[in-house]
Design a binder for this molecule. Structure first.
Ligand code: SF4
Ligand code: F3S
Length: 233
């Protein structure tokens, strides 16, 4: 089939503003949007810039806005877009470095702020810190996060207020807040309760719809809000 790939391009060293460029391509219905981008880069214009790594939905590098929705380019098949015109833009709310590549530093700053690691200063037990399967299941959803930023950059609160910590950081806080072995919630609750913290969330649900790992993001955010109210406020 013949498809038109429209890419919002921007080179801050040469362009005054982002602009659309169109490419006519031959594609198989089972091609991924990532394949189309490769075709352009390898055969038509080597300056087209985007991130990718694993190409199989695990590394989270190729999140972009495809036909107006945040998705992974490596998991989006042409046949599932129901159109022969495909638009690709960078994810929103983060500074564009070039074409589809954004500066992820603010995103990872928020991730680091919630201390996404096990905190427990108790002396280690003789063998290991035990946890039952039921206790492990409580935070299972958050462990699936691949840090792609599709959720945070689809959130309208984040678009208008870049200081909002964002759904991805909250999901990764949830992962440890509900871990029965962890004792660092005081520090996390503090990070989440500040001006750009969890209370900025307006339950818009865009984050849940955008997540390529089907994590119930908004549900996890509500669980963290309840935990803060019960234990901290
Ligand atoms: Fe990506 Fe989902 Fe993790 Fe958000 S919660 S960063 S959308 S995997
Ligand atoms: Fe934003 Fe998700 Fe809350 S889209 S407003 S973080 S429910």
């Amino acid at each position: 089939m013949r498809v038109t790939l429209k890419v919002l391009r921007y080179n801050p060293e040469a362009d005054r503003a982002p602009h659309w460029e169109s490419y006519q391509l031959e594609a198989e219905p089972t091609d991924r949007v990532l394949d189309l981008l490769h075709n352009v880069k390898w055969d038509t214009d080597g300056t087209l810039t985007f991130r990718r790594s694993c190409g199989h939905g695990i590394c989270g590098s190729c999140a972009m806005m495809i036909n107006g929705v945040n998705r992974l380019a490596c998991k989006t098949l042409v046949q599932n877009l129901d159109t022969d015109t495909i638009t690709v833009e960078p994810i929103r709310g983060l500074p564009v470095e070039k074409d589809l590549v954004v500066d992820m530093a603010p995103f990872f700053q928020a991730f680091k702020a919630v201390k996404p690691y096990l905190i427990n200063d108790d002396p280690p037990p003789e063998r290991e810190r035990l946890q039952s399967p039921e206790e492990r299941a409580v935070f299972d959803e958050g462990t699936k996060c691949i840090l792609c930023a599709a959720c945070t950059t689809s959130c309208p609160v984040f678009w208008v207020n870049g200081t909002y910590i964002g759904p991805s950081a909250i999901v990764n806080a949830h992962r440890f807040i509900f871990d029965s072995r962890d004792k660092g919630n005081g520090e996390r609750f503090k990070a989440l309760s500040g001006g750009g913290g969890i209370w900025r969330c307006r339950t818009a649900y865009n984050c849940t719809e955008a997540c390529p790992r089907d994590i119930p993001v908004t549900e996890l955010i509500e669980e963290v809000k309840r935990a803060i109210m019960v234990n901290y406020v």
